[in-house]
Design a protein around this ligand. Structure first.
Ligand SMILES: [Zn+2]
Length: 343
């Protein structure tokens, strides 16, 4: 799009995107929830509906949020206070000067300082692979279970935080109510991830993919006219002997997707040259027929972080600093892509 012709719109958009940023990465910390008292005879559905929240979308997060205060079979106890999940329209994040609090990043990382405006105007949909009942690829490392969805999620959260710092509008499409950014090496598998804004993730693969596709496409329409990118993050599963670098897929019809992937790939090439010159980097960019990439409206890049079964690849996931480094490099590539597209 032509950014020179939209000065006023961009200013308006800046204000709008600040506002949007406040409620896009809604989290679940204590204290930032509206509390309501259950009346006699109230059930969860009735209570949610009374407060303008769609029960089908918010039931699961309501239960998670109030699990200690519920009666048998998730009944409400009248006279008792309950927390309401933050709906898409009610800010879960609190803005204080140039620092915004996003509880989804967890206590340690929830305060995000906005340090630049490099990505102002860019909108990202971050979809970490699998989640809910589906752990994705699995492997064992010193008697501990490694699950794709947990590691992909942690890298995705770190990426989200980086992008927000630079002024982007970010939607976490796969979301975990209580795992923030985790600094442990071994990320405990759980099954409580939800799909934006608070939908239970179905076990059926097709339903799951369609659910996230719909979530992204609904939001895309709202941001029409802006630079928008869908980034899917996965961990591959290959034979134990196969060492693979971070690599990328795009839709075969999408030059912009290819270009975005190339921009990220270039950063990885450069970082490897810098940090591990003797090793070399072989991560590829290619097209592939992938449902979410093909059927979501935004330009999409699908990223594979490595082979969950390979010893050396595992270091990329298990060592916390490596997860951070990967997210930083992804961020650098995306910044480059945004700048290129605006030229
Ligand atoms: Zn996957």
């Amino acid at each position: 799009m032509d950014f020179l012709n939209v000065h006023i719109t961009r200013l308006k958009y800046f204000i709008l995107s600040l506002t949007i940023s406040l409620f896009t990465v809604i989290g679940y910390s204590q204290g930032s929830y509206k509390e309501v008292v259950a009346q006699k005879g109230d059930g969860v559905y009735v209570l949610l509906r009374r407060h303008g929240l769609s029960p089908s979308e918010y039931f699961k997060s309501f239960i998670t949020l109030n699990k200690d205060g519920l009666g048998k079979n998730n009944t409400l106890i009248s006279g008792r206070k309950y927390k309401l999940p933050n709906g898409a329209a009610s800010p879960g994040a609190v803005s204080k000067g140039s620092t915004i609090t996003y509880p989804i990043f967890g206590k340690k990382y929830e305060n995000v300082p906005i340090t630049s405006s490099e990505l102002k105007g860019a909108v990202y949909y971050l979809v970490s692979g699998h989640g809910g009942p589906d752990p994705g690829a699995m492997s064992i490392y010193s008697n501990k279970e490694l699950c794709e969805d947990e590691y992909a999620y942690d890298v995705t959260l770190r990426l989200a935080r980086n992008l927000i710092e630079k002024g982007a509008t970010v939607y976490m499409i796969t979301r975990d109510p209580n795992d923030g950014i985790r600094d442990e090496s071994f990320l405990k598998p759980d099954k409580d991830e939800l799909c934006y804004p608070g939908q239970t993730i179905p076990l059926n693969q097709m339903k799951r993919l369609r659910q996230r596709k719909d979530a992204v496409n609904k939001l895309y329409v709202k941001h029409k006219g802006h630079y928008q990118r869908m980034i899917a993050i996965h961990v591959d599963s290959r034979s134990r002997g196969e060492n693979i670098d971070v690599f990328f897929y795009h839709d075969k019809r999408s030059n912009a997707g290819k270009e975005c992937a190339r921009n990220i790939q270039k950063v990885f090439q450069q970082k490897y040259r810098q940090h591990q010159p003797s090793r070399g980097y072989k991560g590829t960019v290619s097209s592939r027929n992938l449902y979410v990439v093909k059927n979501t409206y935004p330009v999409a890049v699908y990223i594979e972080l490595g082979n969950i079964n390979h010893r050396r690849d595992q270091q990329r996931f298990i060592i916390t600093d490596n997860r951070q480094a990967v997210s930083n490099w992804l961020t650098e590539g995306l910044v480059k892509d945004y700048k290129d597209r605006r030229k």
